[in-house]
Each structure stands twice: as C-alpha cells, then as structure tokens.
Design a protein around this ligand. Structure first.
Ligand SMILES: Nc1ncnc2c1ncn2[C@@H]1O[C@H](COP(=O)(O)O)[C@@H](O)[C@H]1OP(=O)(O)O
Ligand SMILES: [Mg+2]
Ligand SMILES: [Mg+2]
Ligand SMILES: [Mg+2]
Length: 354
C-alpha cells in the first residue's frame, strides 16, 4: 500500500483533479472527470452556500454511517497499516472518504476538500449522494452574517471518514465517528459528527441506530443535549489507543477524580459536549486537522473552545501543517482555567508548527 499523505482535492469548474502527495517522489495524479455542473447547485434554493454545504454534509454523513455498519456486518474490514502499527486503515475508511469527497465535490465545484485517506477515482456511483438535510436547510434564514456570502474558494472541507479506526477494528463501535469540518478563510466554521453506532447496545424496537450532531458558529449546535458538569470533581477524557508519557504527565498535572480513556477525537468532543467530562486533553501531536475542524465548530457554536495546549486557535487553510503538533485541549467552559494548569514542561515538549 502506497504510504501517502492526505490527498488534496481541488475541484476546478470543469474537471475534478486529485493531486496525491506521497511520501516518495511527488506524484500528481490528476483524474479528470466531468464534474456535473450540478443544475441543482445552480438552481438550488437561494440558501447561502455554507448552509447548503452543511446540509449536504449532514446528509452524506448519515449515508456514510450506513457504509460503516455494512462493512462491519460483512466482516471484511480490509485492514492495512499506514505509517505505523497504530495507524491503520480499513475498507470503511477508504469507502466513506470516497463517498463524502465525491458527493460534496460534485455538488460544490470550487471548494477544496482534504481527506485523511488517499483518494481513488470513484468506482461506484452508488457512493455518490446529493441529498441535503431539511433540518439544516430550515436554518437558512438564520445564517450568521459572516457566512452569508461565503464563496467556494474560501472553503476547505476536512474529512475524517472514520475517526477511531483502532476502536472500530477492536469492536468498540460506539467510539467511532464520521467527521466533516468546514473551514472558511482558514477558520473552523461548521461541522458534523456522525456516530454510526449511537444506541447500538440499547434494546428496543423503536431505538434509532446512529446519530448526527451538527453546528455552525454563530448559529448553534444540534443533535445532543448538554447536562451541567459536576462542580465537586474533575473528569478528564483522553486517548485509549495512543498514550505517551507526556499525555499521562499532562493528565496527572490536573489531579483528576476520573479519567475516561476512549477512542476517537470526535467521540471525546461529544463527551465534553454532553457534559460527561470537564476537559478533553491530548498532549500529543497525533491528532490531525481533519480530527478537530468539525468538532471544534460544534463545540464553539455552544460557547466551548478547542485549542492547542498553548491556547492557540487552530488554522484550517489548505496549506496548513496537517498534524496538530501542539496537542488538543477542548472544554465546554472554563477553558483558561485548564490552560493555566498545563505545566510549562509539557508545553515545552509540544511546539507549534504551522
Ligand atoms: N499516533 C497516532 N497515529 C495515528 N493517528 C492518531 C494518532 N494519535 C491520534 N490519532 C488520530 O486521532 C484520533 C484521536 O486519537 P485517540 O483515539 O487516540 O484519542 C484517533 O482516533 C486517530 O484518528 P483516526 O482513528 O481517524 O486515524
Ligand atoms: Mg487514521
Ligand atoms: Mg481521526
Ligand atoms: Mg480517520
């Protein structure tokens, strides 16, 4: 398997060019496909582009959840190793990325799409989906002023087709999420966290499997409920499958009453959003921009924050360094209190590389 860096998907007006950067000599693989001048896109309601893109992202994330469940049901995960033993990829990672990237790329020519996995030419039109969430489209009139006139060239869509691959492989299915982040002028603006296995171990005929949470900064976040955090203790959520001594040292510095060790960036941000942990702390460069762009928008749309461990706002323009080299700190409230708590020794170990 070619070990690749993320593909950058630039969709020009008439053809779809996929440039793949590999660890070896740079390989430009351009696949020209007639991009449907999507009449629906042209004649679409006069909802702002950002609203339409978020609506399409919610809809395609639900479709992606079906793919994730179908592949698990079939049991042929097609696991391969990327850069190291804890950096795996399955057929679900590959297929979901193709589904989301192709579906959004065809509907919204001119946007930039960056995915975690390598892109191959779409070989199955059943993967292409151009629905839009009614719930999101109904918010068109409430689109925040700063996003009303956003143009395609201002947008970068960050796709983590399957966050929590390690846990998916190990069968910890409720740790798995599908993440879509929408950045405008390099700043996280909107996001989708889809949980394909939400409720999967709840019995009952009318139990709905799967859940999609979404949010737009300046508008709000939907699909979950937040309960007040306990005042008499500190609960931290952090990695279960990528621990390092620095990650542990940072956690110890908070003297937590409880540590929830679970997989997935999206899953841990959901834990913070729902009020089950005061802080998500990952003092490691392991997370990438596709892990954080979407969850950050949803969190910030309800007053939370997601920064690196120095408190810097993460950048999401198309040329940004993909790894979040200075870690992740996410809170629903009191972000500065937790930031101040991180020892200088930890900060010195995790430098920002833009
Ligand atoms: N060392 C690493 N190598 C590869 N991916 C990592 C690493 N650390 C974190 N990640 C990515 O960040 C996510 C959050 O980390 P964790 O689950 O350990 O809390 C992981 O699910 C994984 O995303 P992905 O599963 O999409 O590859
Ligand atoms: Mg991965
Ligand atoms: Mg991920
Ligand atoms: Mg992933």
């Amino acid at each position: 398997m070619l070990r690749t860096l993320p593909a950058v998907f630039n969709i020009s007006s008439r053809s779809l060019k996929i440039s793949l950067c590999t660890l070896g000599p740079f390989r430009l693989c351009s696949i020209s496909t007639q991009v449907h001048r999507n009449s629906r896109y042209k004649m679409a309601s006069d909802a702002p582009l950002l609203i339409q893109l978020e609506a399409a992202s919610v809809a395609v994330a639900n479709k992606a959840g079906e793919i994730v469940r179908d592949i698990m049901k079939k049991g042929e995960l097609g696991i391969i190793q990327k850069t190291h033993i804890k950096d795996l990829q399955t057929e679900a990672d590959r297929k979901v990325q193709m589904c989301i990237a192709t579906s959004l790329g065809r509907q919204f020519p001119g946007i930039t799409i960056i995915g975690e996995e390598e892109m191959e030419k779409c070989n199955d039109e059943n993967l292409v989906y151009n629905g839009k969430s009614d719930e999101v489209m109904a918010c068109a009139s409430k689109c925040p002023d700063q996003y009303k006139n956003v143009k395609p060239e201002q947008i970068v869509v960050w796709i983590d087709p399957l966050d929590g691959t390690q846990e998916y492989i190990e069968g910890l299915l409720d740790h798995v999420t599908v993440l879509i982040g929408i950045a405008v002028d390099g700043q996280s603006a909107a996001g989708v966290i889809h949980q394909p296995y939400f409720n999967y171990n709840v019995k009952g005929d009318d139990v709905k499997l799967g859940r999609t949470c979404w949010g737009i900064k300046g508008l709000g976040s939907y699909g979950f409920t937040h309960k007040p955090l306990p005042k008499d203790k500190t609960i931290i959520t952090t990695t279960r499958s990528h621990p390092t001594p620095t990650v542990q040292e940072a956690i110890d510095s908070f003297k937590p009453d409880e540590v929830l060790r679970v997989g997935g960036c999206g899953h841990k941000v959901m834990i913070v959003l729902e009020g089950d942990a005061h802080v998500y702390l990952f003092a490691s460069p392991g997370c990438k921009k596709w892990d954080t762009c979407g969850p950050q928008a949803i969190l910030e749309a309800v007053g939370g924050r997601l920064t690196d461990i120095h408190g810097n706002i993460l950048e999401y323009h198309k040329d940004v360094q993909k790894p979040n080299t200075a870690g992740v700190l996410a809170t629903f409230e009191n972000h500065d209190y937790y930031l101040k708590n991180i020892p200088q020794g930890i900060r010195d170990q995790l430098k920002v590389k833009l």
